[in-house]
Design a protein around this ligand. Structure first.
Ligand SMILES: Nc1ncnc2c1ncn2[C@@H]1O[C@H](COP(=O)(O)OP(=O)(O)OP(=O)(O)O)[C@@H](O)[C@H]1O
Ligand SMILES: [Mg+2]
Length: 258
């Protein structure tokens, strides 16, 4: 892996949020700043899936939102193929596909309309949109539902629509926050197969999840985040040579609590 050229390098990322009085009381702290992400560094390579694991509130979503440029880091930097992403942020955004459960599809639109709309925001031409939509919708099994209102679709189908839209512009970096959250095992398997395919296509992928089996099946590298810091990261097979990923995770959590 070291021989490969990194696609994205996260260097010493920090993100703080101001805490108001009520939040300070709820969290039993008296500091005015919350370090949601506190000095995270990791690197992504093409054709590899990096899995972020961590308890609720560890900083996974905040990290992914920084990589997707939805929020700016307080400090630290992100390099895309060697240059800071701010250098040409709109070009960078055009290379990124992002998915999070916080972004909801509009219930009253159809998958077809939503795909066209999002793809046009990325500046794709009408004929390109049509061709890509057909190929992606066919592949995901979305085609029979493409003209139904999104509110009438199952959770699994909605997620497939979201995944389809996230790759409308053929990004080379894929950032998925809990991509199988709330899905049944069949829908989860479809998402896994989809991720596997993106990986085999040479995409650079980072996901967050609470599902160990997903990481064990799919990820090449894993990073365990505790309190905004990287408690452990490395090659999945190296880390799980002697113990299961779950055992590794719990021993870190226990160490941290002690
Ligand atoms: N906009 C914000 N303002 C204030 N605090 C925030 C904001 N966004 C996140 N946080 C806080 O930052 C910390 C990290 O949150 P984050 O959502 O990144 O965690 P997570 O690892 O994704 O958790 P989960 O597994 O529950 O999704 C939490 O304490 C959260 O409450
Ligand atoms: Mg989250």
């Amino acid at each position: 892996m070291e021989n490969e050229t990194p696609v994205l390098e996260m260097r010493h990322l920090v993100k703080t949020f101001p805490l108001n009085k009520k939040q300070r009381a709820e969290r039993h702290v008296d500091t005015a700043k919350l370090f949601a992400v506190n000095d995270l560094s990791f690197t992504l390579y093409p054709g590899k899936i990096y899995g972020l694991l961590g308890p609720n509130g560890a900083g996974k979503t905040t990290t992914l939102r920084m990589i997707a440029t939805l929020i700016a880091p307080t400090s630290g930097e992100i390099l895309y193929r060697g240059s800071p992403i701010q250098k040409d942020i709109s070009a960078y955004r055009g290379r990124v596909g992002f998915l999070t459960s916080e972004l909801k599809l509009d219930d009253f639109f159809t998958p077809s309309y939503t795909f066209d709309y999002m793809a046009s925001l990325y500046g794709l031409k009408e004929d390109v949109i049509k061709t890509r939509k057909k190929a992606i919708f066919d592949e995901f099994g979305v085609t029979p539902f493409s003209l139904s209102q999104i509110k009438n679709l199952s959770t699994g189908m909605k997620q497939k629509v979201s995944l389809a839209i996230s790759i409308a512009h053929d990004p080379d970096i894929i950032i998925y926050d809990e991509p199988t959250n709330g899905l049944d095992i069949m829908a989860s398997r479809d998402v896994e197969n989809f991720l596997e395919k993106l990986k085999n296509d040479g995409k650079t992928i980072v996901i967050s999840t609470h599902i160990f089996s997903l990481v064990e099946k799919l990820c090449d590298e894993v990073g365990i985040i505790l309190n905004g810091q990287m408690a452990l990261q490395g090659d999945l097979h190296e880390l799980t040579k002697e113990r299961s990923l779950e055992e590794v995770f719990f021993s870190l959590v226990e160490e941290d609590a002690a």
